[in-house]
Ligand binder design. Structure first.
Ligand SMILES: [Zn+2]
Ligand SMILES: [Zn+2]
Length: 306
């Protein structure tokens, strides 16, 4: 339970109540969890709040293994009517994967393909956001595409762009992450040159600026990494105007994109094991989340029954 910024505790709570109760097998962690721990998040209810949004487990009622999607759209607002469910005006967030059990509306659940491990399936949540972002970028085979940032999101974006047939460059200073990018079929560099398509996956104002600066005239730039809330970004005016840059945000995903992500993980098109880090219990989570990350980009896997 999150009791406030930086205050995460493991405690006995009441059984979760909802349409379906799922016994959690694995919940993976990402940079959003660290941000949520430190500063809160729009998806979080009032404190004390349940926590964790990349969750896979077994339905108590049917025994089926499911991914617990972290959001359900209202289906009725103007955004939903346009098919932009990720922008729903009345989203219901389903948070609380770092627990032995979670309750969820049936509409949040996705069947996990046979043979896909729980930890791998949990990564369908961030991978779906990457699928959404790559869709926003309008990738075409042969396009010179660049990814700024070699964290797990940057690596997922690079892999998806490779699958789309793009020529992919990924910039990160860590040699370990450069090796991971190479294993995913991208060309690793320390710094980007100029590219036709640029996807930013760092989530800092300086990185947003660097993404604009790495864009060729007429390029599309997709801002995938969320800056800390309240951030302001200063961007160079000239390329935005004279180089006709097409700058787009990308946020979250649709249920169809979650299913596409599950399929990519199940077939091995995206190798989740290359992105899986150590498996820990709930007691270790608070300390593990704030541990400075060095070396390879890997996601923490929480097994609440350890
Ligand atoms: Zn996440
Ligand atoms: Zn809606």
């Amino acid at each position: 339970m999150l009791h406030g910024p930086g205050d995460l505790r493991v405690e006995q709570v009441e059984e979760p109540e909802g349409e379906v109760v799922v016994t959690v097998e694995a919940a993976t962690a990402c940079a959003t969890d660290l941000k949520t721990l430190r500063h809160g998040h729009l998806s979080l209810g009032p404190y004390p709040a349940r926590f964790g949004h990349e969750t896979v487990g077994v339905r108590d009622d049917t025994g089926e293994r499911v991914l617990v999607g972290d959001s359900v759209t209202c289906g009725a607002c103007a955004q939903c009517a346009k098919g932009h469910g990720q922008l729903c005006d009345a989203m219901t967030w389903v948070i609380g994967g770092f627990a032995e059990r979670i309750a969820a509306p049936a509409a949040a659940l996705h069947a996990v393909p046979d043979g896909l491990d729980a930890a791998g399936a949990a990564m369908a949540e961030p991978l779906a956001a990457a699928v959404h972002a790559v869709g926003r970028s309008g990738p075409r085979p042969g396009v010179d595409a660049a990814v700024l940032g070699g964290g797990t999101m940057g690596l997922m974006l690079a892999r998806l762009l490779v699958i789309e047939g793009c020529e992919v460059t990924l910039a990160d200073r860590h040699p370990e992450r450069q090796r991971q990018a190479q294993a995913f079929g991208a060309r690793p560099v320390r710094e980007l040159g100029r590219h036709e398509l640029v996807l930013e996956a760092v989530g800092r104002p300086q990185a947003w600026r660097a993404a604009i600066e790495a864009a060729r005239p007429g390029a599309t730039v997709v801002l995938v990494g969320g800056c800390p809330s309240g951030s302001e970004v200063t961007l160079p005016a000239a390329p935005l105007h004279y180089a006709e840059l097409d700058v787009r945000g990308a946020f979250h995903h649709s249920p169809a994109e979650v299913d596409r992500a599950l399929e990519l993980l199940a077939t091995g098109a995206v190798d989740w094991r290359a992105l899986a880090g150590e498996t820990i219990g709930l007691e270790e989570l608070a300390e593990a989340l704030v541990r400075p990350s060095a070396g390879e980009a890997r996601k923490l896997v929480v097994d609440p029954h350890l």
